[in-house]
Design a protein around this ligand. Structure first.
Ligand code: DSN
Length: 414
């Protein structure tokens, strides 16, 4: 970043500090990752200079000789990787992608259905403070109070009663496999559009480590920067029958010009995701998450639903005598970065809930495996015993940094 250093040393220094934070800590936020150097390069390329409202061969600006090829390549790769009939690679991220789906199939005030945020859903699945819960009529399904699995009977009953235009399946804090077939049968029965938001699990789906929603859903939305390991962006996969409606909703419905540097980054990430190496990575994410879950259980941590089938573990820390926020803060001081999170039926407020959310994609991208998960569980146990002991926490941070030194972070020079 020689030029940046000359032009804006303040920002250059902060970027450098962030790089070293990402290198020296264990990053467990399940929606974060390390992109490859190739993705970083193209994300910072001259493609950011170009406007290209519209779609390939039908743009509102000239000079699209190369942009069209890039976008068509990204679309072709998305379709091939996920086996979908059509793809739109222009959404700026997951939230606009979801909004585009509602905009395509519902009018203001219409009922839409999604998993409640405090049961593991997402703001854009119809939560009240989001435009999706404000402009539409949100119907929220929940988890079963005993199993903490999606209450499919509740989904069916609510769908029959409210006849939503769109049923959203997908989650940000659900450690189990979602049964897309049941969702599809419910959507079919009530003539709703089934949209699966696979943002968290897209990399697992691409690598064959999680069942694919694509055969079952009318539309699948995703971000591209989580387990899929691309740049920050969004994508919508859909059946051919919905292509026109979705494309119109994305542009001109919601967005202006696509971010071409991101589109190219998505294309590169999709190429990487089609390799055997990526398949191995996807399976290792799940292996690591399961191993971490087992090791934490052995240390006396309570896990929502008792474990995991995917990339994340939701830990209820109540029995360890702490709550989500102070525990997450203590972990951060110890070099272990996660986020505090509600657990199902949480009696505590969202700003200091009962749990923390842990994910293994970023650690797996660094090549860490089950031995490192054991160490991580040990450290988390020590942190739980020392939430307010800064000396103990900084000792753990040193040990964490030593471990990190042995596992180069993709895209970040040593
Ligand atoms: N912010 C993302 C997450 O952490 O799950 C969801 O968009």
């Amino acid at each position: 970043m020689e030029n940046l250093k000359k032009t804006d040393p303040e920002i250059a220094e902060l970027v450098g500090a962030e790089a070293s934070r990402q290198r020296s800590k264990l990053r467990l936020i399940p929606s974060e990752n390390y992109v490859s150097s190739a993705v970083l390069e193209v994300s910072g390329s001259v493609l950011t200079n170009k406007y290209s409202e519209g779609y390939a061969k039908k743009r509102y600006y000239e000079g699209q000789q190369y942009i069209d090829q890039i976008e068509l390549l990204a679309i072709r790769r998305a379709k091939a990787l996920f086996g979908s009939e059509s793809a739109n690679v222009q959404p700026y991220s997951g939230s606009p992608a979801n909004l585009a789906v509602y905009y395509a199939f519902a009018r203001p005030g219409d009922p839409i259905m999604g998993l409640a945020l405090d049961h593991g859903g997402h703001l854009t699945h119809g939560w009240g403070v989001s435009i999706t819960g404000d402009f539409f009529t949100p119907i929220r399904y929940e988890l079963h109070p005993e199993t903490h699995l999606i209450d499919y009977d509740m989904v069916r009953d609510l769908a029959r009663k409210h006849r939503p235009k769109v049923i959203m399946a997908g989650a940000t804090a659900y450690p189990r496999i979602i049964d897309f077939e049941i969702f599809a049968s419910i959507a079919k029965e009530v003539e709703a559009i089934l949209c699966v938001d696979m943002a968290h699990i897209a990399g697992l789906v691409a690598g064959g480590a999680h069942p694919s929603p694509v055969p079952h859903a009318d539309v699948v939305t995703t971000t591209t920067h989580k387990s899929l390991r691309g740049p920050r962006g969004g994508m919508i996969l859909m059946k051919k029958a919905h292509r026109k409606a979705i494309n119109k909703a994305v542009f001109p419905g919601l967005q202006g010009g696509p971010h071409n540097h991101t589109t190219a980054g998505i294309a590169v990430a999709l190429k990487e995701a089609a390799t055997d190496e990526f398949k191995t990575y996807a399976h290792k994410i799940v292996e690591n998450a399961k191993h971490l879950a087992g090791a934490l259980k052995d240390k006396g941590f309570d896990l929502v639903s008792g474990g995991t089938d995917n990339h994340l573990v939701l830990v209820d820390v109540t029995k360890r005598g702490t709550t989500g926020k102070p525990f997450a803060k203590a972990l951060d001081l110890a070099g272990i970065v996660c986020n505090y999170n509600t657990v199902p039926f949480d009696p505590r407020p969202p700003m200091d809930p009962s749990g923390v959310r842990l994910g293994t994609p970023a650690l797996t991208s660094r090549g860490m495996g089950t031995a490192e998960m054991d160490k991580l569980a040990d450290w988390m146990n020590r942190v739980a015993d020392n939430v307010e002991n800064e000396t103990a926490l900084s000792q753990i941070a040193k040990e964490v940094e030593e471990l990190c030194d042995g596992f180069p972070a993709p895209g970040i020079p040593a």
